[in-house]
Write a protein that binds this ligand. Structure first.
Ligand SMILES: Nc1nc2c(c(=O)[nH]1)N[C@H]1C(S)=C(S)[C@@H](COP(=O)(O)O)O[C@H]1N2
Ligand SMILES: [Mo]
Length: 234
């Protein structure tokens, strides 16, 4: 079957080019400026960014939000709640998350709109390790991932979530996950298009069945396998 790709008028919203470049410049220059650089990301475009951005590599990333602003990670108040149909619900602080057995992997990241970033080095916790810890009840067949960016949610089936390279990633390329990429922690499922990889996670709930996530309500496939969903492949 040879169906065309989905209608990309419903394309994930990306940051305006100017703001995106400010983000990149902010990331690199935060070595020198500290937190002040980040404060510019959500607001105005730094004049400095405009001047130096053309010589900076972007690494191929596009920064997406559905709301136009990025949630703020406050280590004092942030928790990752994992509950729903489980025997052992938990509410993890950032330190507790990082104290779980850590794994690292290098994988490819694909957005359904056609861009790809090779060789992303992630550090985090295997979803399967977390599942073993919270003990899903028999009726739990899927996971709902909820972002701090309301109303972004998405789902995986239990089988999908147990794939060995599905991570809760809190490091990217050897650094704490940057704010624009979903700090403090995002989902990573390299086999699927990027809209499944919910940024700015705050909750994971075990539920009886997968439902539509944010982009799926707008026509994208629930099973977002790279190369064989959303009209790509057969
Ligand atoms: N909360 C939230 N998570 C999100 C998105 C978003 O807009 N908001 N966009 C998704 C899409 S479509 C993609 S391709 C990736 C992009 O990741 P990046 O913004 O780190 O490049 O994030 C995914 N996770
Ligand atoms: Mo995407």
């Amino acid at each position: 079957m040879d169906s065309p790709p989905v209608n990309h008028e419903q394309e994930p919203r990306r940051y305006g080019r100017g703001i995106f470049l400010a983000t990149v410049a902010g990331g690199l220059s935060s070595l020198y400026w500290g937190k002040a650089a980040w404060d510019q990301v959500t607001g105005v475009v730094s004049p400095v960014a405009g001047a130096i951005a053309p010589i900076l590599p972007t690494g191929g990333w596009r920064i997406y939000t559905i709301s136009g602003h990025m949630p703020v990670f406050d280590p004092a108040s942030w928790r990752l709640g994992i509950g729903g149909h489980v025997g052992q619900p938990v509410s993890l602080t950032y330190d507790q998350l990082r104290a779980l057995p850590k794994t690292e992997q290098t994988s490819v990241f694909h957005c359904v709109t056609g861009w790809t970033v090779q060789n992303v080095h992630w550090g985090g916790v295997r979803m399967s390790d977390v599942l073993a810890r919270v003990q899903p009840l028999p009726e739990a067949r899927a996971l709902r991932f909820t972002s701090m960016e309301v109303p972004y949610v998405d789902y995986l089936t239990l089988g999908q979530a147990e794939l060995h390279d599905v991570l809760l990633a809190y490091e990217m390329d050897g650094q704490p996950l940057p704010r624009e990429h979903g700090a403090p922690v995002r989902l990573i499922i390299p086999e699927m298009y990027g809209y499944k990889s919910v940024k700015w996670l705050q909750r994971i709930d075990l539920v009886p069945k997968a439902e539509n996530g944010y982009w799926e309500n707008l026509g994208y496939d629930r099973d977002a396998w790279v190369g064989r969903s959303n009209g790509y492949g057969s």
